[in-house]
Structure formats: C-alpha cells, structure tokens
Design a protein around this ligand. Sequence first.
Ligand SMILES: Nc1ncnc2c1ncn2[C@@H]1O[C@H](COP(=O)(O)OP(=O)(O)OP(=O)(O)O)[C@@H](O)[C@H]1O
Length: 470
Amino acid sequence: MKRTQIAPFRLDPNPNSIDPVALIGLCQEEGFRQFLDVLNEAVIVFDGEGRIVALNKAAEKSTGVHRSVACGVSAEIVSARSRIDLKPLVAGFSVGHRSLLLRAREEPGDIRVSLYALAQAGAPAARLALFHPPAAAVAARPKTGEQRPLLRSDVLPLYQSRLEPLIEFGVRAFQARRRILLLGETGVGKTTLVMQMHRQAAGLDRPFVHVNCSSISESLFEAEMFGYERGAFTGALASGKPGFIEAANGGTLFLDEIGDMPRSQQAKLLKFLEDGCIQPVGGVRQKAVDVFVVCATNRDLAEDVRERCFREDLYYRIAMIPLTVPPLREYRDELPGLIDTLIANLNLTRKRRLTLSEDCRRRMIEHSYPGNMRELLGIIGRLDLLADEVAGVEHLPPQMLSPPANAPVGAQDLPDEDGWDGTEDRPLKERVKAYEKRLIDAALKAAPSKRQAARALGIDIASLLRKLQE
Ligand SMILES: Nc1ncnc2c1ncn2[C@@H]1O[C@H](COP(=O)(O)OP(=O)(O)OP(=O)(O)O)[C@@H](O)[C@H]1O
C-alpha cells in the first residue's frame, strides 16, 4: 500500500490545522477511506480544482451516487445524479461560506453542511464538506420538538468592530433575561448578531430556534408555535407535534420579522411571555417552558403600534431593550477594511488571487448598500464569478454604475469630456443625452470590451451600439 507522510489530521473546525496536500494523499489510501466510511457524517473531499477525491459511505447514502461515479468529477456534474442539490457547494466554497443548507430533492427539510477550505500558499489545495447527520442537522424551519444546539459553523466571523458594543450589551441583556428587540434594515446582520449573542451568553449546546414569522400562514401559526395534540385537526400528525416554543426549551427562540405576526395571534404570544406556559392546540394542560425570546424586525414597530397593527402591550413585553443595528453606509470608515477582509477570505479558496482595481474599490467604498451586508457579500460573490484576477468596475452590478437616485446630476465622478458642468441652460432632453453619453463613455473606458460595457450598464449590446451611432 502506498504510504503518505502525514501531519496529524482531525476533523477540526480550524482548517489551518489540516495539511491539504496530505489530506488529498490520504484519500487515495484504502485505510483512510475505511476510516471515512465508519463516520456517521457524510464527508466529501474535493481537490483544489473542485473535483471530488473522496466520498464516504454516508455521503453515498445521502446523495445516492456511488464513489466510482463521483470521484474525479466536479460537484456540479455529480449534482445532476444526486438526491441532494450539490451545486450550492461550489458557490459556497467560492464565496468563502463556512456553512450552508443543501436541499434534498425529494424530501422536506434542509441539510446543514460545514465547509472547510484548506489553502496552501494562498491557493486552494483541498476543500471538505461535512454533512451534519439528520439528528443534528437543522432545517431552515426548525424541526419542532428537537433540541437544536447552535452549531459552531453557524457562527460567522463578525467583521465590523462597531458591532462589538452592541453584542456586549446584548449578551448582558441575555444574561439578565431582558428581552431584546433588534431593529434595522434588511441584511444588516440582525440574525447574525442574535446567534453571536446566544453563543456568548448561553453556549453552543443550548437550542437556538429561528422562526420567521412572515413565512408561517395565519391558519397554521398557533399549531406551529405552540404545537398540537394528536387528532387536533384534520391533517394533523397522529402523534401530535411539539411547536417551536417547546423546541427552544432551555435555549433561545428568535422571532424574526415579528412585525409580520398576525394580529390574531399576538394575544397568545403575549400570554406565553407573561406566564412562560404553553398549551398545545387540542390539549387541555399547560406546559411550563424555559425559553428566552429575542425578536427582530425591519419595520417601524412603534409606528405599527400607533396605527394599531401591533399590540402595544406585546410591544413593551418584547422590546425591553430595543437595539438598532446601523446600516452599512453608516460604517463608511470601516468599509475599506471590511472589503479587504472579505476579498482576503475569498482568496483562501481561489486558485488565482483576486484584487480590486482602484476604480472598483472606490465605487465599492462609495456605494450606499441598501441591501447592507447581504448586498456586499453578493457583490463579492459576483466579482469572484466574473473576474479572473483583477475586478474592475465593469464587473460590478449595473446599479452601482448609475449615480444614486438622490445625487445631483453631474455630482458623481465621471469624465468631463464635453465640458458640461451641470449648471448650463440646455433643454432637459439634451442634458439627459449628454449625461447618458458620459455614463457610456465611462463604462467603455472601464470595460475591456463593448459587450462588457453594455453588461455593466445593464443594457444589451445592440442598444449600446445603437446609442453609439446616435
Ligand atoms: N457582521 C457580519 N459578519 C459576517 N457576515 C455577516 C455579518 N452580518 C451579516 N452577515 C451576513 O449577511 C447576510 C445577512 O445577514 P442577516 O441575515 O443576519 O441579516 P438580517 O438583518 O437578519 O436580515 P433580514 O432583516 O433580511 O432578515 C447573511 O448572509 C449573514 O451571514
């Protein structure tokens, strides 16, 4: 049997402790494959090019694909034959995600997968996907009744140092059992912050149940939240079912989008918050549970109270400590460091190092990010896909190349070739034309080809050619 010199290897959340080359070598060894086969967790190992080099028995069982078919082939291709859609793995690795949810094609629920990218000399040399066994796996909708600890891989690095005081304050509120209401625009990181607070205050082994109130229909709300007894209604499971609140017993229940909770259900939640007891649908007895409730919303909940869409008494119960997470554009001074960190993380998983052109970096720093952190991560993912080594403005989404809606015309930094200064008295149509020409010129200057300039402007190539002839 071929022998490979290896450094000690363990499935450790810290990828730096694994030697990627040794791992790939090990995957060729029968003894190591047998070791992988005894694991309950499905494991797939990829080489630096994204091809599968090992897939254990549990992974064969989950995907329905035999290793003789999968080895040497990329996840994208294997995905077509797999019971689980594996394509998100490719995207997840490329944007540096540490964990993601994969979807089984014919079964309900999601499978949580931890991703480890192992780099050597800055280049990806191996990647490892570890599927959590069903008992520990989370469904995006938590399996009710299941005590679900927050997985280490759920906790993301928190890049902005300005969030630290918020977390510190939040952790104290958790410990003092003072209910927090997180406010802030979509994508600012409310969920991420709550996970971090739970982790620090309660620990990773306590259940964390995330419920998106806007995604549960009004008719099912009570049963989903409080559970139900056998035969409670037509279509109910014969065994009955515990609800989200019971699933969070001993830990944290995170009620996201609380502002979208049907008004008809608000009184029931209020009662639970007051006495800590639940009564499943169709049941006669009350059950006491020990659950810390945290809520979040991107609505103006105080305004909803004034307009009577949200109960005032409930508002004061959930908003003992209101915390507002500021939007990304208010962290302008931290944006350059944040962007650089995200690119550096991305480069750990890339074959060719990505850098940003000066223009591209400037645009990214100046952008207002209405979608906040989610939007920034999306843009980084886009640059990763479109650019080989140097990302330019032409790789940015078209809306980033247009001036912000409220910016005065001519205020943005565009070439001033026609000598127009924004103050002259030409008719609007002419000024719009001149302005359009300036945008087109800027895109043509920045993009290596007309086709890419058209893409950057968000128009098709035929329209661009027509405009150039006008
Ligand atoms: N500080 C951070 N560090 C790393 N990633 C973050 C951070 N904040 C947010 N993210 C990422 O940004 C995305 C959006 O974050 P999150 O879901 O926490 O926002 P949210 O405010 O809860 O959004 P919504 O209101 O739409 O539910 C997620 O992919 C999350 O992983």
